[in-house]
Design a protein around this ligand. Sequence first.
Ligand code: TRP
Length: 333
Amino acid sequence: MSKKIILTGDRPTGKLHLGHYVGSLKNRIAMQDEYEQYVLIADQQALTDNFDNPEKVITNVLEVAKDYLAAGLDPAKTTICIQSQLPAIAELTMYYMNLVTMSRLMRNPTVKNEIKQKNFGESTPAGFVNYPISQAADITAFKAEVVPVGEDQKPMIEQTNEIVRSFNRIYGETLVECEAVIPKVGRLCGIDGKAKMSKSLGNGIYISDDSETVKKKVMGMYTDPDHIRVEDPGKVEGNVVFEYLDVFGTDKEKIEEMKDHYKRGGLGDVVTKRYLIEVLEEVLSPIREKRKYYDEHEDEVMAVLKSGTEKARKVTDKTLEDVKNSMGINYFK
Ligand code: TRP
């Protein structure tokens, strides 16, 4: 039986943090045995809102790849590839653009939100509004059946499937519809207690952070502002230390005991924080060690990207050929 095809992607605009680790990396590592998995470093998509700062995108292609390998993506099982080196994706985007109206593009809630957040206004780049079509090309180029994404990416999957249906109706059955799989684990909050860990909020713990940095960040975590003296009863909900312990801790019994103690009063933040540091170190220190290896062996990382991209090129070129055949525009066949 052939394995199902799974595709995920990241915009290379920064190093990966624990939110990425919990929300997607762990899942990808778990999936790589059962699925034929592709992971796309979407540098072209990153350029749609960083076109004036290509350096940032370029350097982060390598950083993100190091994070993948350090966290446990195995290039023997997962194909890691770079979007800009797969010309079929750009070509597919061109044909798909005819199948999507301007008003449909402007209705995409995620894009609408992003345009507002970035204050693009009248200066919204056409490439940016268009990125959901390019993402549809990413997904269909690999004939991906399963696309694990965060909640905010659901509109992209809907738009992809609309394109697939239009294409197949007009030109004949060619493309494959995909299913969005939203991971069950909730979003990891930032160390400041804000709902989202993000680079722009500066509230993240990075996979590449050294142990001193992790220690400092945990010690500065948001807990319960009303828990002033150790004897005071404390709140566990919204207390970042306990939220992280729930996600990363393995000794559930000990964590429950600590929660009870904290709620009763008598358990200080320094104690809970020290324990969280221990728990995080257990997760991060092997990753950090591997990442250090890749920092010192960047040529190996580049070789992984090159061979992954070559493999992906064959797959995506084949899809482009199918598409052109269906459309009847393969003149010199
Ligand atoms: N838009 C996605 C994000 O910002 C990244 C992405 C690009 C992607 N291409 C993809 C995700 C294809 C899934 C499939 O997170």
